[in-house]
Structures are given as C-alpha cells and as structure tokens.
Ligand binder design. Sequence first.
Ligand code: PLP
Ligand code: LYS
Length: 437
Amino acid sequence: MSEQVSNQQINDEGHLTIGGVDALALAKQYQTPLAVYDVSKIRDQIRRFKSVFEDNGVDYAVTYASKAFATIAMYQVVDQEGAHIDVVSGGELYTALQANFPAANISFHGNNKSYDELEMAIENHVGTIVLDNFHEIEQLSDVLEKHDASVQVMMRITPGISAHTHEYIQTGQEDSKFGFDLKTGLADKALQQVLANNRMNMIGIHAHIGSQIFELNGFQMAAEKLVDIAAEWRAKYDYQPQVINVGGGFGIRYTKDDNPLAPEAFVDAIVKTIKQRATDKGLTMPAVWIEPGRSIAGPAGYTLYTVGGRKDVEGLTSYLTVDGGMGDNIRPALYQAEYEAVLASDPFAKTTETVHLAGKYCESGDILIDQAHLPATKPGDVLAMLDTGAYGYSMASNYNRNGRPAVVFVENGKSQVVVKRETYADLTRLDQAYDPE
Ligand SMILES: Cc1ncc(COP(=O)(O)O)c(C=O)c1O
Ligand SMILES: N[C@@H](CCCC[NH3+])C(=O)O
C-alpha cells in the first residue's frame, strides 16, 4: 500500500481516482500508457509557494521551471495561478507564446542559447534573460544593438556548493558547466561588462544548486552566499541586486523512503535566511525569486500502464511487463530514480510479491521499478505509477518508434486531452524517402 494515495482518492468501487475521475475509466477512454495530471495539485502547490512569500512580506516571483513539463495547457494553468515561468530553449519559449503566456513573466535560461534564440526572446519581449557565460553577453549585446532594444538580465553564478543528490543533477558545484564562477573572479568580470552595457538592465543574481534535494543546508548556504555577493558588489561597484534568485531543486517524495520537507517549508527557510543575512549586511531586502519545477509538476502526475506478460525465472527473479517504459519515463534508467506503483482497481490491496516492473523497450535497463511491491496481477490490469509528473513526459522519446503517450488533465471530476497520443503517422511525419539519384 502506498502512502502517496489518500483515502479520498478511492471511490465506492475501491478504484483509484485522479482529480475525481476513476483511473480505470481514464485508461479505458484514452488508452495506455497515459500521462494524467491532477490539475488541482498543480494549482495548490503554486498557491502554497506564493503564500510563503506573502506571509513573510517579501517581494517575489514563483517561476515555474517549465523543463519539468512544458505544454500549452501547463503554461495556461501556471499563468492562471499568477506564476512566472522559465524556459531553456526556443521550443519551450515557442510553446509558452502559443499558450499566450505573458512574455514579461518569462525568464530565459540556458548555458548555450543561440543567437537565434536570443533574437526570438528579444523580438517577443521576454522579461528576463539569465546570462550564463561571456559568449552570451556578446551575442545578446549584438542582438540588442540590431533591434535597438534593451532587456532585463540576471546573472547566473556557480556558488561552489555540492548538493546531495545524484551527480547528474548537481549544478552548483565549482566545476559545473552552468554559470559564472565566483572563485576565479569571472562573475565580477561579467558584472562589470553587464553594468557597462546600457542596453542590459542588471536586476539580480541567480544560483541553482541541483535537483531533488532533501537537505535544507545547501539551499541556506547558497542563499547566504548570494546575499554576501550582493553586499560585496555594493561595496566594490556601488551596485546592489534587486533580486536574489535561488533556483529550484526542492525534493519530493517518490517512495515511502523519501521524507523531504514540504517544498514550501524549504522556501520559508530560504526566505528567512536571506532576510537575516540581508539585515546583518545592512542591505535592503531584495525580492526573492524561486524556480521550482519538479515540486510543482511531479506530485500532480500519474502514469497509467496496462500489464502485459510476465517472466518468472525460477528461483531467481520475476519480470512483470507493461505497455510503456523508458520512452515515457527515462528517469529510472538514467538516474536510478525510484517510484511506486499501485493497482488502479485496488490501490490499497495487500502486496504479495516483489517483481521487476519492466517496460517494453529493447533494453535490459528498461526497468521502471526495480523492486515493485504489488498484489497479484493479470494481463490487462491497469497500474498507476505515482508522482511521475516531472521530467517524465518532458524527457520522453520515440525510441523503438513507439509514440509518446497522450496527456490528460483532470480537474473537478472532468478529464480533457491536452496532448494527443502520437500515432504511427506522426512518427513518420518528418521522414523523407531517400533518393540516391
Ligand atoms: C536553473 C534551473 N532552475 C530550476 C530548475 C528546476 O529544478 P527542480 O525541477 O528540481 O525544481 C532547474 C533544474 O534543475 C534549473 O537548472
Ligand atoms: N531531469 C532531471 C532533473 C534535471 C533538472 C534540470 N536542471 C530529473 O529528472 O531528475
């Protein structure tokens, strides 16, 4: 039995419900594999983040890191809740603009934005460019000249903090590929260039230490570091950042072994740390921006799969196979990420076996849950994998020429497709026959 399913999610028939709709009915109506989002959970998490700032009386922006799950419908919901977004590519920016997301509330991140992407951002009046390196400062400067424009910028620095998380998703350590290094003076050099450029309005500093972090300490150290830099820059350059952006990375619960603080509790502690440090340093309290991705999209998402065959290797192990896998969720194969799954027809059924929950892709590493504790199942049963809303669909691929699943939003007992299932025709849409002549 999973602690991530509440009693309120069980209907009279004993089935799992998502956003008030029976998961078996969703699987039947839209087929599987299916990505399902409980929209009220997305709204609720954004509201919780906002209320932390309001309770602390601090100027803020909750900026959803849309790489976690970027679709038109998601951008619409985020905008309805008054949150901002960050984008990291022309494709995310295009999707947000298609959703009519207010450009002023968009921050553009990335460690190798192309000239074309920067131009697209300027032409569309994106609110803030988060500068990552010297090449980008030059390119942006050229774009701004060309368009006779100016823009708000923020500088991403590498705070030299190694967060306790999988090494693939650490970003704040000294040798990270992201941002301007503090220790060797590159951040100072960049600041001087930006301040000298009258088309760039430098509003603040940014650091992001990594993702799926459980310890408060790393965030607090990063927050203190950012305030210290602000104080140093004021003394050295008579410049004080108006915004301190602490990034995202607030860990969520994927299995019963995960016990992170609530995401808003991380933020409350960070805000208080910044307040205290700013007071100690005699700085005006800056606005605080955060960039949560996983904590907004993750817990709202479920993936429904249909059980297919099974393989019992006598005396050794058992594989239970479902109709999706690494093409719709690469995280277990890539980061040894763990999840829980429940039987949609009876989520609280007593578990009676431990199996490898395997996908259908031609890779031995295509195991969705290495040790899945499940009740007895039979082909055709529907399993719901929990908390799959972040970096699942957004990292999906067409490996083995499997189409990506449909995405359904559910709220107040009503469901709606927000991304169609990819068809075979979609898979060959961009292919061209080869003519050797
Ligand atoms: C700059 C930046 N901001 C925000 C995020 C979002 O992180 P998370 O989804 O862990 O909250 C990331 C991803 O790690 C990032 O690189
Ligand atoms: N994609 C990663 C997180 C990386 C976030 C991007 N900076 C994950 O699934 O955990």
